[in-house]
Design a protein around this ligand. Structure first.
Ligand code: HAM
Length: 573
């Protein structure tokens, strides 16, 4: 039997997983600078938690959760015994009753009734117990965060409490590009006594700071206010009234929602319903004074931060706990599933789940799968090529190569060391084939002289370095390789005479074209000057080499700022 991942569930493999790690790491770093701490939540919770918070009538709770009884009903002996009784009953009915005499028929029916009752009694208790003890894989995490907030008495912590989470969620949706049954979210929640619109704006600001850090381009922020328990019920009734008038023109889903949740009709994507929805009353015209002021202040706070947004009166979101602010962010390259993030305010949720009434909340969740798709669409990738290929020529140099590899790994470089000796030609061939920019070769001669040979594959340059300087030289070489890779990528935009110009020609050409900001050019040249001295075996001290690495890092950061997603992200310092 050939096993395959279940429909809608997938493996994330290297090198793509490197981009996932980079993105999640950036979220951790950016969120930490806004004072958020990580909360690690359970993957499953009582089903009731989601029913109560996300809402009984929502798609998520109504048809998309993966639920099971605890303990699982199929391993309950009472259930199995009941099932066996019912099965026996089916067999008992098998003889053709019609051809039997009255007496035998009565006998079989009485017997069958007995079995049926026994089966029913045995199964009934298991099924009823199972229904009372359902657990579900989490379809989202806001409910869990609020459960944890109440359970751990976080209302006594200094407020507001700021939490973020990273991890998988589960929804049984129809799989397509950007929509999976196991998908991943990066989310954040802010809970506390204040519902100041400045907090809403800061949450959005943090989200956009994260998108900027990872160079997501072309994202659009949509905002709306859906009122609160004072003004929304009247709007919902008005909407219901208007929808009743056009009921016949609506699809089956929207017709059902007129009764269950008319707001969700605004979410409809059916083309034939669009002109009808366009004529429905807008919630903005029905907000109470307090909600209107809250929304106006939110817009003012966004403007203060120079955050651009579009208002979308149909943005009601598919979860019941929202009130007032709702927002969504779309990103390019995703087709129909283009919402890369959704969020909003949920002031009544803590109280609904049994916590203090005074606690308010706001947050968002980013769909990591979609975020990665959009970044890949922009050409962003994280290199997974090793930095150094550490070849050894014979048994006597293996030990030295191994210890040099550990020193370089200690300095943060990715080192590949082959399991068998190679001659220099084989070593360079292999490094070239795998696109590894630096090859180090160690043989008996090197071991006795306390040096190692370095070959820069793109420059066809070779030189020797002292083992004691290995970490600094290794780092310098890796940054040089990164700079080179980045400049070659940029140079693709200009026609050049040579296919593979040397590093210095490449640099001059980009400078001539005014493609490098002044500070970037300055920092690259500073780093290269030290590098050239190293390559010519001149005396260079460790401080000089470390300063050169810092210059290279500044240059890479500058390039990344200027050219955004089109060039590789600079390494973390
Ligand atoms: P949501 O809009 O249901 O909100 O999900 C947030 C994001 O998760 C979506 O914008 C989308 O990017 C991603 N997502 C949802 N379903 C899938 C799927 N099947 N496949 C791939 N990506 C998906 C929430 O979950 C709320 N808890 C957000 C929140 C936090 N509101 C306040 N705090």
């Amino acid at each position: 039997m050939k096993f395959q991942a279940i429909k809608g569930v997938r493996d994330i493999l290297p090198p793509e997983s490197a981009l996932w790690n980079r993105v999640e790491q950036a979220a951790r770093e950016v969120f930490a600078t806004y004072g958020y701490g990580e909360i690690r939540l359970p993957i499953f919770e009582p089903t009731e938690l989601f029913r109560k918070s996300v809402g009984e009538e929502t798609d998520i709770v109504g048809k998309e959760m993966y639920s099971e009884s605890d303990p699982p009903i199929l391993s309950d002996p009472k259930f199995i015994a009941g099932w066996n009784k019912v099965k026996e009953l089916a067999v008992a009915y098998d003889p053709p009753l019609g051809t039997m005499g009255d007496e035998s028929r009565q006998q079989i029916l009485a017997e069958a009734r007995k079995w049926l009752l026994a089966g029913y009694t045995s199964m009934r208790w298991s099924i009823e117990e199972a229904l009372e003890n359902l657990i579900s894989l989490r379809p989202e995490a806001t409910a869990s965060v609020v459960r944890a907030y109440i359970e751990h008495g976080m209302h006594t912590w200094p407020s507001p409490v700021k939490l973020y989470y990273v991890g998988p969620m589960f929804r049984r949706e129809r799989p397509q590009k950007g929509r999976y049954r196991q998908f991943y979210q990066i989310g954040a929640e802010l809970l506390g006594p204040s519902d100041d619109p400045g907090l809403d704006a800061e949450v959005i600001e943090m989200l956009l700071a994260f998108f900027e850090r990872i160079r997501l381009t072309g994202a659009t922020l949509f905002i709306n206010s859906i009122g609160d328990k004072n003004c929304r019920p009247a709007y919902v009734e008005r909407l219901r009234g208007e929808l009743q008038k056009v009921r016949d023109k609506l699809g089956a889903d929207s017709q059902r929602r007129i009764e269950t949740n008319p707001l969700r009709v605004l979410d409809s994507k059916l083309p034939e319903e669009q002109p009808i929805i366009d004529r429905l009353p807008h919630i903005a015209d029905c907000l109470c004074e307090a909600c209107r002021e809250h929304y106006e202040e939110l817009k003012r706070q966004l403007a203060l931060r120079k955050i651009e947004y579009e208002e979308n009166w149909r943005l009601v979101r598919g979860l019941d706990y929202y009130m007032r602010t709702t927002f969504e962010i779309t990103a390019p390259g995703l087709g129909s599933q283009n919402a890369v993030c959704g969020g909003g305010r949920y002031d009544g949720l803590v109280e609904l789940l049994g916590g203090p009434a005074a606690t308010k909340g706001i947050g968002f969740a980013i769909g990591t799968d979609r975020l990665i798709l959009s970044l890949q669409n922009e050409g962003v990738e994280v290199s997974s090529t090793p930095d150094v290929f550490m070849a050894w020529l014979d048994g006597s140099s293996y030990q030295e190569a191994r210890s040099l590899a550990s020193v370089l790994r200690g300095a943060g470089l990715v080192v590949e060391i082959p399991a068998k000796p190679l001659n220099p030609r084989e070593a360079l061939g292999l490094a070239n084939k795998r696109n590894i920019p630096i090859a180090v070769v160690i043989g008996q001669n090197e071991v006795s002289a306390g040096v190692f040979s370095i070959r820069l594959l793109s420059e066809r340059e070779q030189f020797k370095a002292v083992v004691a300087n290995a970490p600094e030289i290794g780092r310098l070489l890796v940054f040089r390789a990164l700079l080179e890779r980045t400049l070659r990528q940029l140079a693709k935009r200009i026609p050049t005479a040579e296919a593979e110009p040397s590093f210095s020609k490449l640099l001059s050409r980009l400078e001539e074209q005014n493609m490098l900001p002044g500070t970037v050019s300055y920092n690259i040249r500073r780093a290269m000057e030290v590098f050239d001295r190293v390559a010519h075996n001149a005396a260079v001290n460790k401080d000089e080499m470390n300063t050169a690495v810092a210059s290279a890092l500044f240059a890479l950061q500058g390039l990344s700022r200027s050219y955004g997603a089109q060039i590789p992200l600079p390494p973390q310092s």
